[in-house]
Design a protein around this ligand. Sequence first.
Ligand SMILES: [Zn+2]
Length: 150
Amino acid sequence: MTKVGRPKSANPRSLTIPEVRVTREEYRMFKLKAAQYASDSTAKLIRNAIKAYKTVIEEACQCGTMMKESKGTEQYKFQLDEIEHYITITNIPVYQCPECDLEERNLFLFATLEEIIEEEVDWRVKNRLPLPTEIDFNDLVQAKELTYNT
Ligand SMILES: [Zn+2]
């Protein structure tokens, strides 16, 4: 007898987004928008909303000039079986002052990136997959599957 159900996915939805407390009005808005835009699927609405979300952050430098979004790079170091391994993340959004060249980094973003890279390394080691040496921030934020040929 064959097994009934969905075929096993190569990239299963194995994680859960935390529960969020909302007001009755926010709950109604959530249900209505899911019905209107996402075939009544609240999961689909959340996925689509995350993909579509973007905003402009207005940040002033110490000198008073408005900062402009720029791209930064960060290198993470890992020690695996006494071998040092480096992963460089490129195209990380940072803010730069056009007047005095001061660069400001979003600490929440960099802390979350570090968490994500650690999880990726753990997952790759567990699944005996090669470690990447460079990851584009845009691939992470656009939920692209990180595939590497070595
Ligand atoms: Zn400045």
